[in-house]
Design a protein around this ligand. Structure first.
Ligand code: GTP
Ligand code: MG
Length: 259
């Protein structure tokens, strides 16, 4: 997807960026060393958000960041609020840090660190782009390993989401997205999302329909794999579908109000 509108300069100019990693009950599958490889380029910091986990996630994360100084830290939420709220709170913390670019990445590393870097690089490469999103497009030569059921359900959801948003986006749900810190992003993060799992669509809607928003790109990933231990249950998938219908209705209402 590519859209372009009136230019709005980024609010800061350094090349720092902060990647937010939402974590809920990840003690079993957290590969801390692999995640901390994000720091290796010397310009990327990491904010782990523990979303009220009931297992040892908080302690594991605290041990992981102990010797890393300010470049890796843990934001602890007292109550489980869902991935969307954890991402929002993490992004707000990252924005408050003053980084000109912020991002989020699923803790299970379905999107590997190297691919997250390619998503971030899209913002380095194109000054006119404010949002870069990983897209899981399975083509020959790419290692996109997704169960057929997840793939087809995902395609139905993504097609519906694209219709709701009114742009030709291929994959709204990939857990690797990067954002330039603009007035549009700050506004988009001000209030909690209404949906736990369809929050990516809400976030995109807020950004796309913000008067100040600029370019969006999708970055086709070279590698992505389903990782065991997903917390997205069949019930949550139905919920995400219902949320999407609600988001569509409220978007229509918003648009009419703005006319
Ligand atoms: N904050 C928060 N994060 C969650 C919750 N459930 C899952 N997550 C995080 O959201 C990310 C994605 O969760 P998964 O359970 O891997 O979701 P998924 O079904 O694998 O999603 P896909 O990888 O896109 O198929 C991980 O970093 C989780 O720790 C939750 O209730 N709250
Ligand atoms: Mg996952």
């Amino acid at each position: 997807m590519t859209t372009a509108a009136a230019p709005s300069p980024p609010l800061a100019t350094s090349d720092r960026r902060v990647v937010v990693v939402p974590c809920f009950n990840e003690a079993e599958r957290l590969d801390g060393a692999a995640l901390l490889a994000l720091l290796d380029d010397g310009r990327t910091d990491v904010v782990f958000v523990d979303d009220g986990s009931t297992d040892a996630t908080r302690a594991s994360l605290q041990a992981l960041v102990r010797d890393r100084g300010p470049r890796a830290r843990v934001v602890g939420l007292d109550q489980n609020g869902g991935k969307g709220e954890a991402v929002r709170r993490g992004l707000l913390a990252a924005v408050d840090d003053g980084a000109p670019v912020v991002a989020f990445l699923d803790a299970d590393l379905s999107t590997p660190v190297a691919e997250m870097r390619r998503v971030l690089a899209a913002l380095d490469d194109r000054e006119d782009v404010d949002v870069a999103m990983g897209a899981r497009v399975a083509l020959l030569g790419r290692a996109i390993e997704r169960s057929p059921a997840r793939h087809y359900l995902g395609r139905v959801f993504a097609t519906a989401a694209s219709t709701v948003l009114g742009v030709r986006v291929y994959d709204t749900q990939c857990g690797a997205k990067a954002f330039r810190v603009t007035a549009a992003l700050r506004d988009a993060l001000t209030t909690p999302f209404s949906s736990r799992w369809a929050f990516d669509v809400e976030l995109l809607a807020r950004l796309l329909w913000h008067g100040d928003s600029r370019g969006f790109v999708e970055v086709p990933l070279a590698s992505w794999r389903d990782v065991k231990g997903s917390k997205l249950s069949p019930k949550a998938m139905v919920r995400a579908g219902v949320d999407l219908i609600r988001i569509a209705a409220s978007a229509r209402h918003d648009r009419r109000r703005r006319r």
